[in-house]
Design a protein around this ligand. Sequence first.
Ligand SMILES: [Zn+2]
Length: 79
Amino acid sequence: MSLDEVQSLLALQDDPEQPCCGVNELLDEHIAEIQRKMSELQTLQTELVRLRSRCQNTVLVKECEILKDLAMPSPACGG
Ligand SMILES: [Zn+2]
């Protein structure tokens, strides 16, 4: 949550008689955003763990399965 957003939330206190639904909406948006980021990071972690498992022993760079994997063209449409 940015400083601006925190300030705009606190600014609501200038008019204490208004409904606070905007506060909930803003927090809901942030919660959803964090959920998305966590999901993306989880996917990235899974992919990196999979990649890491391809090279257990130190070998020459030209034989490293991680680098071979990375060099492969990625599928057009994920999957
Ligand atoms: Zn390697």
